[in-house]
Every structure is written in structure tokens, then in C-alpha cells.
Design a binder for this molecule. Structure first.
Ligand SMILES: [Mg+2]
Length: 232
């Protein structure tokens, strides 16, 4: 006896949505200056030395163009160059609180950390900038699988980006990318997903990866090995 096929309910497309996890790593694009490294604090110390003024006269609450410090574009360029080439600022810049620990936990969970830095936007000092950046990443104990030294093209195929620069965040949004804006005084006018610190960033990344169908292995609180593993 022939068996009739089941009636087509028209719901097949819904029922056949795959539940298998993604078969590639979730890639997180992480900016350095203003996200992992405290550029403002480091640059302030260099500028105070070079100009012979108190650091307190250079407010940390500053605009992107450092107008509160009274720097013209040319003066900024001159001081930034001295900071990188003479003061070797990229080698000793303070690490932003929680960055290394959060990135270790995310890396342990299976997130592919792709460091993206725009430090080559000037056409001098590339060897120093690259060497000092890599040395700094080791000393700051920031884990990464690969690193992109960029000019001004922000898109390098990450699932999610973390950046603080208004123009980078806007460019990433305009090219259809998703970005966590790392909170800073100079990016208050930018709208979108905003993290106040690395603890918030970490939670946003985990939620985003889970929503996109990536299976991550998060560690139990207090059980993670974190950035201290290099001392073990
Ligand atoms: Mg930045």
C-alpha cells in the first residue's frame, strides 16, 4: 500500500535551521591605543616633559584633537613623533585596567584575538613602532593570535571590533561591521554599543559570540588561569 507523503506545512525552512555550532573561531578585533594601552596618560607625561609644564595642566578629559592641551596639529605631530621615537612611549605605555585578564579569559574560551593597531598612520618610525608594540604586548601579557598594523583601513574580517577612535568606529559601522565603543572622553558623541571598562567588554563579547552561534568554553569564576600563567 502506498504511503502518502506528509502534507507540506510550509514550515520546513523553520524546522531545518541548523543547531550545529560554527566551525571556525570567533574573531575579536582589538585596538590598542585607548583600549588596551592608556595613550592619554603616556602622552601626557611626554608632553609635560617636552613643554616643561606640570602634568596637571594637561587634562585627561580631552578631545580627540588635544585642543584642551593647546596643541596645534603640527605640534601634536611633533610631540607624537618624539614620544614614539625618543621617549619610546609604545614600550612603556600603562596597560588599561583589566585588559590582559579579560583577553586571557576570552582567549581561553576560544575567542581568536586579533590585535589591530593604527600606529602606522604616520609615515616615519615604523620599525620602532612595530618592535616596541610587540615587546609591550608581551610585557603587558596581552594574548593574541595575530596582529594587524594598519594605516586608515579599519576592516580586517573580525566578527566584532573594540575601538575607541570616533573615526574608526564610524568607518566600521558604515561598512556594516559591529563594534564595541570603548568609552573615552573624546568619543561621547558616537552612538552605539558602548563599554565603560573591560569587564563590560568581556560580557558583551561572550553574549555576541553566543548569539552568533559560537560555542565558547567559559571558565568558572576564580578558576581561570588568566594572565598570571606566565609566572607559573
Ligand atoms: Mg585606539
Amino acid at each position: 500500500m502506498a504511503v502518502s507523503p506528509p502534507a507540506d506545512t510550509g514550515r520546513r525552512a523553520v524546522l531545518e535551521v541548523p543547531s550545529v555550532p560554527m566551525d571556525r573561531p570567533y574573531v575579536l578585533g582589538v585596538d590598542l591605543d585607548g583600549v588596551c594601552g592608556d595613550y592619554t596618560a603616556a602622552f601626557r607625561s611626554v608632553v609635560a616633559t617636552e613643554l616643561g609644564v606640570e602634568e596637571s595642566s594637561l587634562p585627561l578629559d580631552r578631545s580627540w584633537d588635544f585642543s584642551e592641551w593647546g596643541l596645534s596639529a603640527d605640534e601634536f605631530e611633533r610631540l607624537h613623533r618624539l614620544a614614539v621615537s625618543e621617549h619610546r612611549m609604545l614600550r612603556w605605555m600603562p596597560v588599561i585596567a583589566g585588559a590582559a585578564e579579560s583577553l586571557w579569559r576570552l582567549s581561553d574560551a576560544g575567542v581568536w584575538i586579533r590585535v589591530i593597531t593604527h600606529r602606522l598612520y604616520v609615515n616615519w618610525g615604523h620599525a620602532t613602532a612595530i618592535a616596541d608594540t610587540v615587546e609591550w604586548l608581551d610585557r603587558a601579557r596581552i594574548p593574541y593570535r595575530d596582529i594587524c598594523f594598519m594605516g586608515d583601513k579599519p576592516e580586517v574580517g573580525a566578527d566584532l571590533y573594540i575601538d575607541d577612535a570616533p573615526h574608526n568606529v564610524t568607518a566600521l559601522h558604515e561598512s556594516g561591521n559591529r563594534v564595541i565603543l570603548f568609552d573615552a572622553p573624546y568619543n561621547q558623541a558616537v552612538t552605539g554599543l558602548r563599554a565603560q571598562d573591560w569587564a563590560e567588554c568581556e560580557q558583551m563579547v561572550l553574549r555576541d559570540a553566543a548569539t552568533a552561534g559560537f560555542e565558547l568554553q567559559t571558565s568558572l569564576p576564580g578558576m581561570e588561569r588568566g594572565s598570571g600563567r606566565l609566572e607559573d
